[in-house]
Design a protein around this ligand. Structure first.
Ligand code: NAG
Ligand code: NAG
Ligand code: NAG
Ligand code: NAG
Length: 498
């Protein structure tokens, strides 16, 4: 695969600057510092400290302002080392020898072991979960510090089983880092429909399989009916009342909402629920009906309404007659977007394609932007970041991603079909296809302020390095200028396997 100038760039990260060690001076200052800190009795040569596994003194931090600062920092590291990663030169050398690749435990249960570090379980573990999250047990040596959980599997959500389908949600109490976005997977049996309702928040949908007929109307008397097929999107701006009905084969879809606290009171408003909680004389007056008409209204919110016996499915032309008869006409921005028909944008890096949508292409979805990403086997969604938090969902395949949280902290996650993640605003990350097949996922973005318009954006690390003066990038990374000059000034988006 022709990807000139990129392969060279990939070797950049292997060259790690190592600090110089001055053991003699260190020992002198250790003694002085230890006396000040607590007397001779506490002086233990570094090599003998029980929690120091390497027999080598720690490197002094070359960024420390003075030599005394460097010693203090070394002492601090020594004390803290039993709870923090080992930064000793030996550990650094081991880390340099470790490519960082996912540990292969074969058919044996994964263990909390990497190279010479860790030790096997003496009491066992939840092996099924461990197998899916090998990078929690055996993280790459580049992971560091405390990064909170950024992953949620829909398989850990409780399913709400209903007549005619089911739903399972991911809300802010499941994944607290996802403040901007909540989501749900929903399934409807053939012809079943999600009852009439509206939300305080906007709803974005992606059809995973089957056909969904949507109906809605806006605040300006206009209405809308359309069918969304597999791979198509819909969006209901907040407040817009809507229904979803599955076609003859049933349907499954992903729902995304532009607020993480989706289960909060005052978020979803269902018609049956409202009717059941309004005095009947008021209803009778409101609709001009005899109040006995409300005797059979469901008392509890049914959520999904199963198909009736002999349910008929109107052709879309028949269904649209109601819209055509409306003197106010159809809504000005269609609520369905035919993503399945949008041309793929091939990634310049050669590793796959993307389909991006935001208000510029899908006007009915001003508050949620998306990218549908397809990564070929072995490909890599390049190192990048966004102005806004990224919420993601694996459609198929297996991925590995590291969230770089700044402040020398990073955490690697393993993801597979049905898993979701969130990378808070500006976190650096990549998403690598580590499975035996294509990887597909969606990235979703919301602006920091609820209700604001959002444009899809991303910053590419490789492009950035290609766009600064080569001498600057070369000096920063301590690599030859020749390597830096090979980087492409074009965003690679997805890089093909080398
Ligand atoms: C840069 O790399 C060289 C080895 O290629 C090494 O000797 C030198 O110490 C490094 N410089 C820094 C600042 O890490
Ligand atoms: C999609 O639904 C059809 C039935 O309509 C089923 O045969 C097919 O296996 C489903 N696809 C996936 C990926 O499950
Ligand atoms: C409402 O319906 C009931 C039962 O059908 C009937 O007895 C009653 O007269 C009706 N009331 C009015 C105001 O039409
Ligand atoms: C999609 O690509 C085809 C050619 O592959 C082109 O004819 C068509 O105009 C493109 N559509 C859009 C909307 O760009």
């Amino acid at each position: 695969m022709a990807r000139k100038g990129y392969k060279g760039g990939r070797s950049v990260q292997k060259i790690v600057p190592t600090a110089k060690i001055d053991k003699m001076k260190l020992h002198v200052w250790m003694v002085v510092a230890a006396v000040v800190a607590g007397g001779w009795a506490r002086v233990v040569p570094l090599e003998q400290a029980p929690y120091v596994r390497s027999a080598v003194a720690p490197a002094l931090d070359p960024r420390a302002g003075s030599y005394a600062d460097a010693v203090e920092s070394a002492l601090h590291n020594r004390i803290a080392r039993h709870v923090r990663p080992d930064y000793s030169p030996l550990a650094k050398r081991q880390a340099a020898a470790d490519s960082g690749a996912i540990t292969d435990f074969g058919s044996s249960p994964p263990q909390p072991v990497r190279g010479s570090k860790g030790a096997s379980f003496l009491h066992g573990s939840n092996t099924d979960i461990d197998r899916q999250n090998v990078d929690y047990l055996s993280p790459p040596p580049t992971d560091a510090g405390t990064v909170p959980n950024l992953k949620w599997a829909f398989s850990l959500s409780k399913s709400k089983l209903l007549n005619g389908g089911w739903v399972r949600e991911q809300v802010v109490t499941d994944l607290p880092a996802s403040k901007e976005v909540a989501a749900a997977e929903q399934r409807l049996a053939p012809y079943a429909y999600r009852e009439l309702h509206w939300h305080r928040v906007a709803e974005w949908g992606l059809v995973l399989n089957g056909t969904v007929r949507i109906t809605a109307n806006d605040e300006d008397d206009r209405n809308y009916v359309a069918d969304a097929n597999k791979g198509d999107l819909w969006s209901f701006p907040r407040g817009v009342p809507h229904t979803l009905q599955a076609g003859p084969e049933g349907a499954q879809y992903l729902l995304v909402f532009d607020d993480g606290d989706f289960d909060a009171s005052g978020t979803t408003f269902a018609v049956d629920d409202w009717i059941a909680h309004t005095p009947r004389d008021v209803l009778a007056e409101n609709f001009g009906w005899n109040s006995s008409a409300f005797n059979s209204v469901p008392a509890a919110d049914p959520y999904i309404v199963p198909a009736a016996q002999g349910e008929t499915w109107l052709t879309i032309e028949e269904a649209r007659k109601q819209v055509e008869a409306n003197p106010a006409g159809e809504v000005d921005s269609p609520y369905v977007y035919r993503l399945s028909q949008q041309n793929k944008t091939q990634a310049p890096g050669g590793g796959g394609w993307v389909k991006v949508t935001d208000y510029r292409t899908f006007a009915a979805s001003p508050t949620l932007a998306s990218a549908y990403v397809h990564v070929e086997k072995g490909g890599l969604r390049e190192l990048h970041w966004h102005k806004n938090a990224e919420w993601g969902y694996i459609l198929k395949g297996k991925a590995r991603a590291t969230a770089f949280a700044g402040g020398a902290t990073a955490r690697t996650f393993d993801l597979q079909q049905g898993d979701t993640w969130v990378f808070p605003t500006n976190y650096g990350h990549y998403i690598q296809n580590v499975g035996d097949e294509e990887l597909e996922f969606v990235e979703i973005f919301r602006a920091p302020n609820f209700g604001d318009k959002v444009k899809f954006d991303d910053f590419s690390l490789s492009q950035w390095l290609a766009l600064v003066p080569p001498s600057v990038a070369a000096k920063q990374l301590n690599v030859s200028q020749h390597l830096v000059e090979q980087l492409s000034t074009k965003k690679q988006i997805i890089v093909a396997q080398a």
